[in-house]
Design a protein around this ligand. Structure first.
Ligand code: SAH
Length: 248
């Protein structure tokens, strides 16, 4: 007997839509998403597209009413529930455009629940285009199979972040001047966590003292070499996911 073909097809395009999904819901698309489905993915009448809405999980939908620039997707069946993302925040100082985009993409793929931009004194960038970052998060989520998007709050100052730090969340502070080795720091601190990564210029002495004095903070070393901020962010997130997150 031939094997039952996989359904939904593995090649089905996957899209985030910002509208609640459910059995039978019709999702009209135009603009970029329609262009992507029709011109890039060459979706035809009746083809399956996977949709997720960051609220209800993932659904298979059928393409109908295809016209030159628009298409309607009709939801036929739920394929996955909304996932539970590991309770990990990446708190990162803004860095140059292409590099912070990379951090957003990788943070999403690696599984963070929140990307929190944090303004520090030596940051060479003091403004962030949140909608551009959001589109990198969405694209990464579409590609890697997430059903929930990472949260992306407005940038906060370091002092504000520390003052309003939630009770019960560990604040691992990547300190280029040294700290507890990573695996050791994580082993004794399970539960909700965040990593704080500095900008290209690092933290200044006053900031370092302020962070170290915070009751939730623990200074962590990422080894003897100075990493670029984006490398530190990706490495720290990966190690947390492997040791304390959902990589097992
Ligand atoms: N210009 C600084 C380095 C900044 S590196 C200097 O020369 O000292 C950018 C950020 O990455 C740092 O603020 C820190 O959060 C993180 N980082 C880089 N290398 C690290 C290491 N070996 N251990 C811990 N954190 C590190």
């Amino acid at each position: 007997m031939p094997a039952t073909p996989a359904w939904p097809p593995q090649s089905a395009p996957r899209l985030f839509v910002d509208a609640p999904l459910g059995q039978g819901v019709a999702v009209p698309l135009d603009g970029n998403p329609a262009h992507y489905l029709l011109s890039v993915m060459r979706v035809k009448e009746g083809d399956i597209v996977l949709l997720f809405d960051n609220r209800t999980g993932e659904w298979a939908a059928e393409a109908h009413d295809i016209r030159k620039r628009d298409v309607t997707l009709r939801v036929v069946q739920q394929t996955r529930p909304l996932e539970k993302v590991p309770d990990f925040w990446l708190c990162a100082a803004p860095i140059k455009k292409g590099r912070i985009d990379l951090v957003a993409e990788k943070a999403c793929e690696l599984g963070v629940a929140r990307l929190q931009p944090v303004l520090t004194r030596r940051a060479v960038v003091d403004r962030l285009n949140l909608s551009r970052l959001q589109s990198h998060l969405v694209e990464a989520a579409e590609q890697c199979g997430r059903t929930a998007l990472p949260e992306l709050p407005e940038m906060v100052k370091l002092s504000g972040l520390l003052t309003n730090w939630p009770k019960g969340r560990h604040l691992f502070f990547a300190d280029e001047q040294g700290g507890t080795p990573m695996a050791q720091a994580l082993a004794s601190r399970p539960g909700p966590a965040a990593f704080l990564i500095g900008p290209e210029g690092g933290f200044d002495d006053e900031e370092r003292a302020l962070i170290r004095a915070h009751p939730a903070a623990v200074a962590v070393s990422l080894g003897p070499r100075i990493l670029r901020a984006e490398t530190a962010a990706i490495a720290a997130t990966s190690i947390w996911m492997a040791l304390s997150g959902d990589w097992n």
